[in-house]
Design a protein around this ligand. Sequence first.
Ligand code: TXD
Length: 304
Amino acid sequence: MKVSIIGAGAVGATVAMRVVESGLADVVLLDVLNNVACGKSLDILDAAPIIGHEKSIIGTDDYNQIKSSDIVVITAGLARKPGMTREELIAKNAGIVREVSGNIKIHAPSSIVIVVTNPLDSMTYLTYKTTGFKRQKVFGMAGVLDGSRFVQLISEEMKVKRSSVETYILGSHGDSMVPLLSHTRVSGKPIEKVLSKDRLEAIIKRTCDRGMEIVSLLGTGSACYSPSAAVYRMIDAILNDTKNVHVVSTCLNGEYGLKGISIGVPCVIGRNGIEDIVELKLSKDEVNALSKSAEAIKRSIELL
Ligand code: TXD
């Protein structure tokens, strides 16, 4: 199995490390900064005898190296800097993602593409359009991470095992994410029955703001360990054909009453990428929140 990762920054390099160290696949780590990609690859490689795996990782700036990849992950791009508007970020990252996905189309035409670059949903849509791949083969990572943050905070609050909490967060990766309270359970019990409205609202707010909470603490850079874990889980679902349900950003074609935008919904993920879109029954409030979220993504896509 071969996974190529475009962008050898914090998220890209950590995904690379997780993939080789779990023995899942060989990795190509590509960046415009060839030395950075090479340096990080050598560093990860030098840990192989200690960890005890036989996978390979190479750093490069040459797209010829990504040929016959099973999966390509796009993490290339900028994070929003102070003073930079959302529109400026979209313009900068759209340029990068267009270039990267054009190269994926040429050099790894049979791959499945996982998009990580922000703004996530519009960059996923742009990748889908630029590659021209089937929508089952291009999707974005956000819901797995947002859901994990929500589970972590609920388990912390209620002092229960993380594995006893089930939830889905749909919608855009941003302020208008939609935690599905109607599908959130703690040891099988509906969350609204076991947690007060106030506490639940506070936890939802903290989940939405979690990325920024981490950014403020770090000073420079943003979250990488949890995003890379989410990407790793999606790669594992594809390569091991788990058919598990994960929330990913995909271009909808009438599902959930939405069309022509990429947005986070639960999908069955397996060897062919998205093998099914799961249409959960939503409450009235959730339907409204999802359509608001879709509006925000639409505006971002229009800027493209
Ligand atoms: O939940 C999510 N989807 C996210 C998204 C979680 C975390 C990070 N999120 C976004 O991913 C973030 O807002 C950025 O847009 C990307 C990458 O985040 P990361 O923290 O890894 O950024 P870095 O460390 O700045 O790394 C970006 C790398 C850097 O090494 C650049 O040299 C490289 O991208 N880069 C390129 N590589 C190849 N080709 C081109 N054109 C290019 N431009 C920059």
